[in-house]
Design a protein around this ligand. Structure first.
Ligand code: NAP
Length: 284
């Protein structure tokens, strides 16, 4: 447990529910290892209470907040300024509270996604073949934006097609939208599949059909990290696909968040992944 002093820098995460968030484990471990007088705490306001919470921190009462489901879109709307990547994602997972009263929004989920590939599938060239993205919520929008920036061609597949069409209209670029029923067609010749839906969360209903028609060499990434080995990743591994997991993405998005809150990179010599895996009650 970090020791609290009168000079302790405070940051946190806001979400509902937030109880099972891994972010406090990551950030507090980094704070302790870096010897920073700081603490990272969870907040879980009602949707009606969120604007008051954000307004109450204006003026530097807190260094910053990570934002998770269901508040990412509202957080972007509440900010005074936003980075390009937050605007493109239509969602913020980071709010930084300046002393001068300005609230700045960012979205580091895309950095997290690309970083997770760099760690767990370093040989994967995201530009070599189309990338299939399943989903069109906030996570998918951030992923598509980062993938386009990385030079990828994206095939976007969502149950509600209109939401995928909206992302394409907003981001432009190399996006082809497919109906949910056309998943197998979307997978033909793809180099990567990313599950950015909530399917498979808590072990329920993994989107196993997503593997149909996927070339055996394609890398399969699942943003869901509870369980760590989702049904999709287990089936993908069994079929010989290289895989990238959602926990690595979570860790990679937390790195720039920590820098934004505490002004320095997190120390490299603490194995936060092992801490998170243990907190999830899992084993590698
Ligand atoms: P969201 O905005 O609520 O979007 C949910 C998506 O899942 C939508 O595309 C929705 O399709 C789809 N979906 C839900 N139930 C479905 C079903 N039964 N069949 C087909 N599609 C279904 O959520 P989000 O913020 O984008 O997050 C998506 C997932 O990514 C969550 O599990 C979240 O925890 C995870 N995530 C992980 C990280 C990480 O760092 N690892 C970061 C961000 C998010 P419709 O549009 O048709 O409703």
């Amino acid at each position: 447990m970090n020791r609290i002093t009168g000079a302790t820098a405070v940051a946190g995460i806001v979400g509902r529910p937030v109880r099972h968030s891994m972010s406090p484990i990551l950030h507090n471990a980094w704070l302790a290892a870096a010897g920073i007088d700081g603490v990272y705490v969870p907040f879980s306001p009602t949707p009606e209470g969120l604007p008051a919470l954000i307004a109450g921190f204006r003026g530097g009462a807190i260094r910053g907040l990570n934002v998770t489901i269901p508040f990412k879109e509202a957080a972007l709307a509440a900010a005074d300024e936003a980075t390009d990547r937050a605007r493109k994602a239509g969602a913020a997972n980071v709010l930084v509270f300046g002393e001068e009263g300005v609230i700045r929004a960012d979205n580091t989920d895309g950095v997290g996604l690309i970083g997770a590939f760099a760690v767990q599938a370093p040989g994967c060239d995201l530009t070599a073949a189309p990338v299939v993205v399943l989903g069109a919520g906030g996570a998918a929008a951030g992923a598509v934006s980062a993938l386009l920036d990385a030079g990828a061609r994206v095939r976007l597949v969502n149950r509600t097609r209109a939401k995928a069409d909206e992302i394409k209209a907003r981001l432009g670029g190399a996006i082809t939208v497919f109906d949910w029923a056309e998943l197998k067609t979307a997978n033909a010749g793809a180099g990567v599949l990313v599950n950015a839906t909530s399917l498979g969360l808590d072990g329920k209903d993994p989107p196993l059909a997503a593997l149909e028609g996927l070339p055996p060499t394609a890398v399969v990434m699942d943003m869901v990290y509870k369980p760590l080995r989702t049904g999709l990743l287990t089936a993908a591994r069994a079929a010989g696909h290289p895989v990238v997991d959602g926990l690595e993405m979570l860790i990679r998005q937390a790195v720039p968040s920590f820098e934004a809150f505490f002004g320095q990179a997190p120390p490299a010599d603490v194995d936060v992944r092992a801490l998170a895996v243990a907190a999830l009650g899992e084993q590698e």
